[in-house]
Ligand binder design. Structure first.
Ligand code: NAI
Ligand code: NAD
Ligand code: ISE
Length: 334
């Protein structure tokens, strides 16, 4: 019997995950799809042979839905995830787990009360082969003690609806999770600085931004977010240790020699850059969900990211170094 997945949110990434479950994941199928926009739900349901449902509640409560995939927009996540946990169904939630740390705590409490892990958060970089190779080097001690991490997150462009806080909440949140995971260390403070603005953006947006983080062990992390860089999707990460450094490998693209130039294409889209990572992430989620549980990035990771993004958004308003106030990780998530 395949695992029957209920999809909540049939936008860009919801549609992509539905396609993935149908084509790249063995032992799972999409059974039901809902979206506040019924036309989107109908289009995605038709593309994967599923039925539509009227609401997230209907998806969660359906007798033929074994596990729930939440890909609606961020502010809607907490309600759908809490409903799935209350129904004791495994749930994959796209980042962010919730848009406030308070809502993340509610999910942590409900999950702990259920007695087992049910929630996986969509921090897909942990499934990327380049990031995994970097983590093996850090864990193996090949670089000595990590002292600094330099990160770059550039998008070619963003729509008008993208605002300054999203540079932290939607974009740098991936680096925030990746660095916590790479260093096995919590982020204790955040600061955001604004360089000169690019003219290639809508008036309301501060772009680019520079974010500075400190970890509990004293490592320093800098993240450049530049979401209208024009030339493509560019993700970089360099770990500097006491005895060596290591950089995330660039995506494998052919080196082209033509017209007196040696060149390589720059990937344009996050969907292509992390395609393999999304496939692995969803395969591992469905495998754990078939056992009635969850693995990978947890509610605690979703909460830890939220306290850091809250601090960074406060710093955007003042320029101050803002403590994150992260507490101790419950043993449940060890
Ligand atoms: P989108 O705007 O294309 O899709 C969101 C969909 O959710 C829309 O179809 C909307 O109608 C629907 N929706 C909103 N509220 C809803 C509700 N209450 N009930 C049901 N449906 C609802 O957005 P996109 O780009 O697909 O992003 C969705 C989520 O995925 C976001 O949380 C985003 O941060 C995350 N994401 C993650 C990526 C990653 O690399 N892991 C990449 C892109 C998005
Ligand atoms: P999107 O706007 O294309 O899609 C969101 C969809 O959710 C829309 O169709 C919307 O109608 C629907 N929706 C909103 N609220 C809903 C609700 N309460 N119930 C049901 N449907 C609802 O957005 P997207 O780009 O697909 O992003 C969706 C989520 O995925 C976001 O949380 C985003 O941060 C995340 N995301 C993650 C990555 C990644 O790299 N991991 C990439 C893109 C998006
Ligand atoms: C988007 O939501 C993602 O998650 C992408 O991975 C990221 O690169 C982009 O900046 C976000 O808007």
């Amino acid at each position: 019997m395949p695992l029957n997945v209920g999809l909540v949110g049939a936008g860009m990434i919801g549609a992509d995950h539905a396609r993935r479950i149908g084509t790249a994941v063995a032992g799972a199928r999409v059974a039901a799809v809902t979206d506040i926009d019924p036309d989107r739900a109908a289009a995605v349901a038709a593309s994967c042979g599923a039925r539509t449902a009227a609401s997230d509640r209907e998806v969660v409560d359906a007798g033929d839905v074994d596990a729930v995939l939440v890909a609606s927009w961020g502010p809607a996540h907490a309600e759908s995830v809490l409903a799935a946990v209350a129904a004791r169904k495994p749930v994959f939630c796209e980042k962010p787990l919730a848009t406030t740390a308070e809502d993340c705590l509610k999910i942590i409490e409900a999950e702990q009360a259920s007695g087992r892990r049910l929630v996986q958060v969509g921090f897909m970089r942990r499934y990327d082969t380049g990031y995994r190779a970097l983590k093996r080097l850090v864990d193996g001690g090949d670089l000595g003690e990590p002292l600094m991490v330099h990160c770059v997150h550039r998008n070619a462009e963003v729509p008008e609806s993208y605002h300054s806080a999203m540079a932290v909440q939607d974009t740098a949140v991936h680096e925030i999770d990746a660095v916590r995971w790479l260093l096995d260390d919590e982020i204790t403070s955040a600061q955001v600085l604004f360089p000169k603005r690019t003219r290639n953006r809508f008036d309301h947006l501060r772009d680019p931004q520079v974010m500075l983080f400190e970890t509990a062990s004293g490592a320093r992390v800098d993240v450049e977010v530049f979401v209208n860089c024009r030339y493509g999707y560019d993700i970089r990460c360099e770990v500097v240790g006491e005895t060596g450094t290591a950089e995330l490998p660039p995506p494998a693209e052919p080196a082209v020699r033509s017209a007196a130039r040696l060149s390589t294409a720059v990937v344009q889209d996050w969907k292509d850059r992390f395609a393999d990572a999304y496939d692995t992430e969803i395969r591992e989620w469905t495998a754990a969900a078939a056992e009635g549980t969850a693995s990978g990035p947890s509610s605690w990771d979703g909460y830890a990211a939220a306290v850091v993004t809250d601090a960074a958004v406060r710093s955007q308003q003042t320029g101050d170094v803002v403590p994150t106030g992260i507490g101790r990780r419950p043993d449940f998530y060890a």
